[in-house]
Design a protein around this ligand. Structure first.
Ligand code: SF4
Length: 278
């Protein structure tokens, strides 16, 4: 805090001395920065907080809140992370009934993808669907960039963030193109395009502070379909899409064919259309 941190997190399981907690709270109040009370199932004081784990985690957070409030400190965020989905979601559900402080959601130590991604998506997603949670963190045993990408995908799947969404058919006997490869190519190019498609407004450019910018990524549904026979119809809700055939592929908008192109030019032609749309 002395060195300019914008916020801190304390784990009541690691700092158990009340005097030291008060010292931290007073410093945060002086510096006007928020504190996250981050309860973690692994470091919970089980001698003090007995009984079912989710309830015990909530009691630990509530005890810390009491200390904070006694110091008239209310700039609080709470997280209650366990490494399994059911305990974590139960703890947040109980906590949401007991306090109005913002909740930071996450499942801790989820492990390697894909299981870590699935646990995070179910845990964070099911809470957000109930209207519980204010910020999220995906924890994966993997590169941190992947955590950001997964978090973004969770928010987008729930309609809480906009962006370019790719849908693709599961393929069947009619598919005559390498659909997986094409979908990967399109996703790679679009994620780059999406990152650069944001054009700040003139008044935003005057401010060098990123927080003054309002991020407005494009919203677009792009379909990659395996065959021209059923592709455009099956992906009617897509803003734009491609469907592969024998040597010739098509580009369609809202289910209507707008162009025929050579199969080898399909991805390039699709990206050119998208660039014109966003
Ligand atoms: S779009 Fe064509 S290839 Fe894809 S699942 Fe449907 S019928 Fe099969």
């Amino acid at each position: 805090m002395e060195n300019g941190a914008d916020g801190i997190r304390i784990n009541p399981g690691n700092i158990r001395d009340k005097k030291r907690i008060i010292q931290i709270v007073r410093k945060a109040r002086e510096k006007e920065i928020p504190i996250r009370i981050g309860v973690n199932s692994g470091s919970l004081d089980r001698k003090r907080y007995k009984g079912p784990l989710a309830q015990a985690m909530v009691r630990s957070a509530l005890d810390s809140i009491k200390i904070f409030e006694k110091e008239k400190f209310y700039d609080i965020i709470v997280s209650l992370k366990a490494s399994d989905v059911l305990t974590t979601t139960e703890a947040y559900r109980l906590m949401a009934k007991r306090c109005d402080y913002p909740l930071h959601l996450g499942i801790t130590a989820t492990g390697l993808p894909p299981s870590g991604i699935i646990k995070s998506a179910i845990g964070i997603g099911s809470l957000l669907l109930k209207g519980i949670g204010d910020t999220i963190r995906v924890s994966l045993t993997g590169p941190p960039q992947e955590e950001i990408r997964v978090g973004y995908e969770i928010l987008r799947a729930l309609g809480l963030r906009k962006g370019i969404e790719i849908i693709a058919c599961p393929t069947c006997g009619r598919c005559e193109i390498d659909l997986i490869k094409i979908a990967q190519q399109v996703e790679k190019r679009l994620s780059r395009l999406q990152a650069t498609s944001y054009k700040p407004q003139a008044k935003e450019l005057k401010s060098l502070k990123p927080e003054a910018w309002s991020l407005k990524p494009a919203t677009l549904k792009v379909a990659i379909m395996g065959c021209v026979v059923n592709g455009p119809g099956e992906a009617r809700e897509a803003d734009i899409g491609i469907a592969g055939g024998k040597k010739i592929g098509i580009i369609f908008r809202k289910g209507r064919v707008i162009k025929k192109v050579k199969e080898k030019d399909l991805v390039k032609a699709l990206l050119a259309e998208i660039e014109n749309m966003i």
